[in-house]
Every structure is written in C-alpha cells, then in structure tokens.
Design a protein around this ligand. Structure first.
Ligand SMILES: [Zn+2]
Length: 415
C-alpha cells in the first residue's frame, strides 16, 4: 500500500490499527503479501493458536505436523493441479523432481491417514494442524492481512464412515459457534456453498448430490442460504459468514464434505464386516487463517481486545517517580502469574496522557502517594470506563487471572 493511501483508511481498518498498535508490518524486500509479526501481534497469533489447539484437543482431535512442500505428483493426485493450479506457486525443480509450495493441507493429511491400515473402530479419526500454505495471489490485490501469499490455516480433517459425516460436520459447527462467542465475533449467517458452472469443479454429479445432502443434514434446524459458485473444487461447504462494522461479509470458518480425495488417494478402512470401505473426509476450520482471524478481530474490537487476547492486559501507572518501584514490583508479580503487564512510567508524560495512551488495555492500576501509604493498594480503572476503586495488588491480579481464564467479555464480574 502506498503511504498516501494509508491516511485515507477508516479508523478501524486493520492496516491502520496494525501499524498504530505495532502488531505487524511488511517490507518490500520480504515481498508483498508476506507480512511479519511484531511482538504484540505475535501474542495475538500465539494466544489464538493455543486457544484453538486446546478446543480441538478436548473435542477429540490429534495434532500432526507436515511439511509446506510436496511433490507436484501429490497435487496431481489430489486434483489441485488440475483444478487449482492458477492459485498455486510455480513448481521448483529439484534434480529430476518438481516440488510445490502446498496450496492446502488436505493431501498431506490423506497420506497421514494412509500411513497404516485403519479399522472402523478408529473412526472418526480427527487430524488437526495449524500449518502454512501458499497462494499465488496477484500483487494488485495484496494488502494487510486479508489477502496474503502465505496463509497459516487452522485446519483439520475428520476421516469417518459416511454415516458419521453429518454428525461430525454438525459438531464442527458447534466448535465454531463457541469460538466465535469467546472471540467476540458476530456470525452473520450460514451459507451452503454449492458448485457453479464451468470446469473449476470435479465433474461427478453423484458425489455432489451425496455430499450436499450430508451438509443439509448437518444444517438441519439452522437458518441458511444456498449459494452457487462458492464450493471448493472437490465438494460443497458450509461457510459461517461474519460481518464487519460496515456490514461487509466474509468467511472465516468452513466445514466441507469430500468424497473426492478419499477416492483419489485410495483411502480405506476395515469395516465390522472385515471388508475394505471408503471413508469420507470432513474438512473444517474453526477460526480460518490466523491472518484473516487477526484482521477481523482488530477491526471488530477496534484494537481493544478481550482481556484473554489483549497483548497487554494490565498497565500499571505510578503517579510519580516515588511509586515507580512499587509499580515494577506489581508488574513482576503479574508476569509471574502468566499475565501480560507493563509499567507506564512518569517519564512518558502526565498521568492523563499515560491513561489515554493505555486506553486499549483492559485494566489500568494507578499507584499514587495515597495508595502507597495504604501498603499494597492500587486504584483500578477498567477500559469500559468503570472505576472499581482501591483494591490490593494481589486481589487485582487474582481477579484479572480469573477473568482471563473465563475468556468472557466481562472485565470485573463479582468474585
Ligand atoms: Zn482440507
């Protein structure tokens, strides 16, 4: 983006706030569409990743890790080479082989599934990975975190019997709903994305009929709208649409049902009858790509993130130099409890200016001469304007720790 254009961005635009809050940046030498993350941005990323891994673990997913490169042949088998090549980076020649930056994680997970014989007793087998994939977006559309060439996707594939697929898709929608609530993301609607016309899609009417019927079953009782031309090349999907402040819709989370790749990779499991059967792949993403998720969160919250996500959760403000030691001691205690805290020291300006500068932090603790006289007291101010008043530093840290663990929007619930 040109410097001149940046000044015309709306206040909540994630590119503007990303710069103002020092979350991420780009450099022409790293390349367009390849943002780097600064420490406060990395906190957001990492906290999101930890959140989603924990949610997946308790939902029965196992995590794997697979490489960002694969042989061209792998994507010929998956169908990406035929249907998705325009969005892929060109292959790199390596001796007699050609390797490709992966355009998706699905083929790798199909190989993980295929790495040994599977029994129906293991199904549904849920394999998750938060991994990098690459898209050769044209340079004209690149900007901020929403259109990037390196995407870090919260992805998972559930390998299951056809009779389990609708329930797995439904359970994935439940995971998505919970994540949206914890993140303060407002879902706009469910969209059932069907294929359109043209050669972009795998030509197999029976496959589309079966997978669409299963997704409709997963959506049963929920309001949704079917739209043509938005499916993946190998199957239909449910897009959980979210809306930004201006009402523009975009997709973070998706659930897809795929009969195509199990067929192409010859996936099998042994059924109760002792014979070989073909599993179904349910592809799902709870928060989508980390880049898009962070872009949306920045804009949705105007940089004032829920306490559990905030890069700085507590700012301690000594009124004068005399209280600085106490302020640093409180920050050390907060850090030791796993909280993210910092001191806004008097050399950074008047108390009013420092309070304003720290306005996006969920908690502020002011320490003046009166608080210092009272032993361990601090004067607490919340981001939403409430002033709970004087409490002990220890009580404040306990309260914040509880709120961070609860992941709710409420900053000061009764203990
Ligand atoms: Zn997939």
């Amino acid at each position: 983006m040109r410097e001149r254009d940046r000044h015309h961005l709306p206040d909540h635009d994630h590119r503007r706030l990303g710069r103002e809050l020092a979350l991420f940046g780009t450099d022409p030498l790293m390349g367009a569409g390849l943002p780097y993350w600064l420490p406060d941005g990395e906190v957001l990323r990492h906290t999101l990743e930890e959140y989603v891994r924990e949610a997946e673990r308790v939902a029965g997913y196992r995590h794997v890790h697979s490489p960002v490169l694969g042989k061209r042949e792998l994507y010929e088998i998956s169908g990406h080479w035929e249907h998705y090549r325009d969005d892929m980076f060109p292959p790199m020649r390596l001796g007699a082989e050609e390797v490709v930056l992966r355009p998706s994680l699905c083929p790798h997970h199909a190989l993980v599934y295929r790495s040994r014989a599977r029994s129906y007793r293991e199904l549904p087998l849920r394999i998750a990975e938060l991994g990098a994939m690459y898209r050769s977006e044209p340079s004209g559309v690149l900007g901020g975190l929403t259109r990037v060439r390196a995407v870090h996707l919260n992805d998972a594939h559930v390998f299951c019997a056809p009779g389990q697929a609708a329930a797995e898709a439904r359970a994935a929608l439940g995971l998505i709903r919970r994540a949206h609530a914890d993140l303060g993301v407002r879902a706009a609607r469910y969209r059932l994305s069907l294929p359109g016309t043209g050669g972009k899609y795998v030509a197999d009417p029976e496959l589309w009929r079966r997978s669409t019927a299963l997704l409709r079953e997963a959506l049963d009782g929920l309001p949704y709208e079917a739209v043509e031309g938005e499916a993946a090349f190998y199957g239909p999907k449910i897009d959980v649409q979210i809306a930004d402040a201006a009402g523009r819709e975009s997709t973070l989370s998706t659930v897809q049902i795929d009969f195509h790749q199990p067929e192409r990779f010859g996936l099998r499991y042994t059924g109760p009858d002792g014979a070989g059967h073909r599993p179904v792949m349910v592809h799902r993403s709870v928060i989508g790509s980390v880049e898009r998720a962070v872009a949306h969160l920045i804009e949705a919250h105007g940089g004032a993130f829920p306490a559990w996500l905030a890069p700085v959760q507590l700012v301690v403000l000594p009124v004068a130099e005399a209280q600085a030691d106490r302020a640093y001691a409180l920050v050390r205690q907060a850090v030791a409890r796993g909280l993210r805290a910092e001191v806004a020291a008097p050399d950074r300006g008047s108390l009013g200016a420092r309070v304003r500068a720290a306005r996006r932090a969920p908690y502020q603790a002011v320490i003046g001469a009166r608080e210092a006289e009272g032993g361990d007291l601090v004067d607490v101010r919340l981001r939403d304007g409430r002033r709970p008043g004087r409490v002990s530093g220890d009580a404040l840290l306990r309260r914040i720790t509880d709120r961070v663990r609860a992941r709710g929007p409420e900053l000061w619930a009764s203990p």
